[in-house]
Design a protein around this ligand. Structure first.
Ligand SMILES: Cc1ncc(COP(=O)(O)O)c(C=O)c1O
Length: 403
């Protein structure tokens, strides 16, 4: 029997525009950290209305450099969520700092601002909030807390290109930035993709200068400046830096994708509305919540399952029917890489800080009770209908699923 083609969880979109842009770069002699990167940075900054945008090799390296320029030092504490892709917490550990996890607000899957002040200590340096799956965090509350305690606010906007937030009556793009720095990812699971890639936006020109040096081994003269100079220039390396460069090939793809981003986000929003409409009567599913001050780009469409539905069984049957899903967002504290071996309750529920045993109940429930449905611009109505039909059919045949 021929299996029907899989409906994937995501499908990176491209056409002749991206292909032509890549061919154009290949025909020049600038393949990395050159003029296309510069153009991409300017256009991205203009799109989100940020004073500065610095391109890097990934969302993870964007977070690492943002934390470094924010002054995060070994032993500092950084408040964030466990409920995120592990890169968020990993970047904090790359600085030899301690991620201090707080729980999420279940409706939005984002950091619960009410829990932050309880864990601030004299060692706290920064807050990393995550606009999870493209849904903006409660930035107004986070900015107030950060300012009150003199903390740097870093937005993990990996998933949030094109998402918007209402600020003083105006819709503004995530990345302006509203905190001190915002970090984007251009991985193919994201709304705008360059294969791999990342961007850091900030209003701080000093930080922007340092980001540019750090991404290129700390070199104090930009490569293109040296190569174009009529006189011999000898560069210097004032501090330890990294190879976190974006290539011009990636940047060229990014520029074309950026041009398409508004339409891609509109299409995603239409599909999200359509899921809401089609799944409205399904009592075993709770649809995602969007606060009135937020406009998601719907990087992912997460639905919460009723307690009696077995998440993994449902996902497997959907997969057997040619439909890929993902379980709810992971929790770093449940992974071995984050275990300190001092759990007092015997469960994978640690917050390594000072051996305190903290249960991140909302984060764990979100991972265990949520599934992400396929949503991407080229998802055809028939494919979306197929997802909904399969879900409804499986959910009326209880025996397999009831826990
Ligand atoms: C919330 C979040 N932060 C950071 C990252 C890391 O981005 P990258 O894969 O580009 O390094 C991701 C990627 O999945 C993410 O979802």
């Amino acid at each position: 029997m021929v299996k029907p083609p899989l409906i994937p969880i995501a499908r990176p979109e491209h056409d002749e525009g991206e292909a032509e842009a890549v061919r154009h770069v290949l025909a020049t002699d600038w393949w990395t950290q050159g003029p296309e990167v510069e153009r991409f940075e300017k256009e991205f900054a203009a799109f989100v209305c940020a004073p500065y945008a610095c391109a890097v090799s990934s969302g993870t390296t964007a977070l690492h450099l943002a934390l470094l320029v924010a002054g995060v030092m070994p032993g500092d504490e950084v408040i964030t969520v466990s409920h995120s892709f592990i890169a968020t917490a990993n970047a904090i550990r790359y600085c030899q700092a301690i991620p201090v996890f707080v729980d999420i607000t279940p409706a939005t899957f984002n950091i619960d601002p009410n829990l932050i002040e309880k864990v601030i200590t004299s060692r706290t340096r920064a807050i990393v909030c995550v606009h999870q799956m493209g849904m903006p965090c409660d930035l107004a509350a986070l900015i107030t807390i950060a300012q009150r305690h003199g903390l740097v606010l870093i937005e993990d906007a990996a998933c949030a290109a094109g998402s918007e937030i209402l600020q003083k009556g105006q819709w503004e793009k995530i990345g302006r930035p509203h905190g001190d720095l915002a970090c984007f990812s251009f991985h193919p699971r994201k709304v705008l993709s360059t294969g791999d890639g990342g961007m850091i936006t900030t209003a701080n020109s000093g930080w922007d200068d340092r980001l540019r040096r750090l991404r290129h081994h700390g070199m104090n003269v930009p490569a293109h400046f040296r190569h174009r100079a009529a006189k011999v220039i000898c560069e210097g390396y004032g501090e330890l830096g990294y190879n976190y460069r974006l290539t011009d090939i990636q940047a060229a793809i990014g520029r074309v994708q950026l041009g398409k981003l508004p339409d891609m986000v509109l299409r995603r929003r239409d599909l999200a509305v359509r899921y809401r409409h089609l799944l409205a009567g399904q009592r075993l599913i709770t649809l995602p919540f969007e606060p009135e001050w937020a406009r998601s780009n719907w990087q992912s469409f997460a639905v919460r399952l009723a307690p009696e539905v077995d998440q993994l069984t449902l996902m497997q049957i959907l997969l057997d029917n040619g439909i890929a899903t993902r379980r709810g967002i992971m929790n770093a504290h449940r992974e071995r890489a984050y275990s300190c071996g001092t759990w007092s309750c015997g469960k994978a529920c640690i917050n390594c800080l000072e051996n305190t045993c903290v249960r991140l109940k909302q984060s764990e429930d979100a991972q265990d009770q949520t599934i992400l449905l396929p949503l991407f611009p080229s998802l055809a109505s028939e494919e979306q209908d197929q997802v909904v039909r399969a879900l409804n059919e499986i959910l009326v045949s209880p025996p397999l699923l009831w826990k």
